[in-house]
Write a protein that binds this ligand. Sequence first.
Ligand SMILES: NC(=O)c1ccc[n+]([C@@H]2O[C@H](COP(=O)([O-])OP(=O)(O)OC[C@H]3O[C@@H](n4cnc5c(N)ncnc54)[C@H](OP(=O)(O)O)[C@@H]3O)[C@@H](O)[C@H]2O)c1
Length: 266
Amino acid sequence: MSKVLVITGGASGIGAATARLAAEKGYSIAVNYRTREQEANRLVEKLKERGVRAIAVYADIARPEDIERLYREVDEKLGTVTALVNSAGMGTGPTRVDAADAARLQHLFQINVVGLILSTKEAVRRMSTVHGGQGGVIINISSMASTIGGRPGASFYAATKGAVDAFTVGLAKEVASEGIRAVSVRPGFTLTEMTAVYAADQQILEEISSTIPIGRPGFVEEIAKPIIWLLSDEASFISGARLDISGGGFTLGGSAWPGLRQAGIA
Ligand SMILES: NC(=O)c1ccc[n+]([C@@H]2O[C@H](COP(=O)([O-])OP(=O)(O)OC[C@H]3O[C@@H](n4cnc5c(N)ncnc54)[C@H](OP(=O)(O)O)[C@@H]3O)[C@@H](O)[C@H]2O)c1
């Protein structure tokens, strides 16, 4: 069976690292992007140079019709999806609940939760043996935020990732007998564009590092390698799990982020 991997938000960060590593594992790869057309095309060219069948596909995961088109394009150009990594997601600037804005909240949940579920829906309709498929694996990128309610000012983001975890556990049960495994991966603070604004501030970076038992942020490859393993048959009995990839989790041993406290957020 040919292996076809769809990565939402695949043009950067954890998604792009997953694409690069998947290239060594015989997948045809669809790199979904929203604003990063050039990065997606550059990544696809690199994959092709390595002999991989790869395409870049525009789709805004906030738009259900885009998600449907993404999967139709994958059907036509690469074949039936057998592996999905739902990596598209957005964070928020630090915000307290008394500053919550309905439209922004809806957009956040539309991408991080609704879009992820609808992307999963399209994959299940193709993978499930009930629908004539041959099974597959779905990895949903959650966050350690789900376990701690988020770092200061990130409770809405944490709520979306809590929803991802709960959905993935239920999903795994729904589709286990149809040849599909589903796992939620929970990265801790990882150096990507999403965290760049924090990592660029030495004080904040040190404060965050002091809350990570291993004492430093993660690198994208450290998230992508376990994802590749989870996608493989090596992990054939793993479904419904939530894998923390977080350098030991979160400890309050640090300075509890005084930089943000000074800003009135923590
Ligand atoms: N970095 C961390 O510390 C960390 C920790 C825990 C969990 N995560 C999760 O890991 C996942 C990947 O994030 P990352 O850290 O790799 O950061 P990233 O490089 O910013 O990746 C996020 C990707 O999602 C895409 N995306 C966002 N909204 C989208 C939409 N509506 N439609 C299609 N694509 C969309 C972004 O593309 P555009 O910019 O073009 O929209 C971007 O390529 C996210 O779900 C994030 O919540 C990250």
